[in-house]
Design a protein around this ligand. Structure first.
Ligand code: SF4
Length: 215
């Protein structure tokens, strides 16, 4: 069974302005970066952090920026990003080229910290922006689903009962989707306890990534 990409719409309304964003990807990114819809819930204020170019063949859907990415404004410029790039077998150059790789988390702004780490992505965000962004990325052939929130959004009912079961079933979703655990250093013990991630899933991911980047 191969998972299909979700249906997508072609327009978006710029929150707070009532303006229909039906132009270029640059127009949409400008509207996204001006978004303030859930500012009242963001303890550090809005700062949408994403990367996208119309030529991208690979999309990485993460959870939400952490404190370091909120401060530097560069997606995945933190320890989690270092590990994700190692998993993919790529360095900073292709990773941060928006015409090769799009980086769009489920929540575009840092949600702040809760009792047990960073809070989940703001629930308003993906319903507002994800479909509109996907509609401007027609060449995506591979989507990395990093963490539970991205897997819920993109796999829907095809997701397994637990995140572990979904990852174990990665061959059901490949080559269109690759579900991954979050690469945060906090997850290191869990990742080490599931060595098939390193031995089976990641080599297949690297092959797929390099096949697309080398085209
Ligand atoms: S998290 Fe999303 S919805 Fe909230 S202000 Fe940032 S871009 Fe807008």
């Amino acid at each position: 069974m191969t998972a299909q990409p979700p249906s997508i719409s072609t327009t978006a309304t710029a929150p707070g302005t009532g303006t229909l964003v039906d132009g270029t990807l640059a127009d949409l990114l400008q509207a996204v970066r001006a978004c303030r819809v859930c500012a009242a819930h963001l303890p550090h204020g809005p700062r949408p952090v994403l990367q996208a170019g119309a030529g991208a063949r690979i999309l990485i859907v993460g959870q939400a920026p952490g404190a370091r990415v909120h401060a530097n404004g560069v997606p995945w410029a933190d320890a989690s990003g270092d590990r994700l790039r190692a998993w993919m077998g790529v360095d900073e150059t292709p990773f941060h080229d928006p015409e090769r790789i799009a980086l769009i988390p489920m929540g575009l702004c840092y949600p702040g910290r809760g009792a047990s780490g960073d809070l989940p992505p703001r629930p308003e965000c993906a319903p507002l922006w994800m479909d509109a962004l996907l509609a401007k990325l027609p060449r995506i052939e591979l989507t990395l689903l990093v963490g539970l929130h991205a897997q819920r959004r993109f796999l829907g009912k095809l997701r397994q009962r637990t995140l572990t079961d979904t990852l174990r079933s990665w061959q059901h979703y490949a080559p269109t989707f690759f579900p991954l655990p979050h690469p945060s250093p906090r997850n290191t013990p869990w990742i080490q306890a599931h060595p098939w991630i390193e031995h089976d899933l990641l080599p297949a991911l690297r092959l797929r990534v390099h096949a697309l980047l080398e085209r």
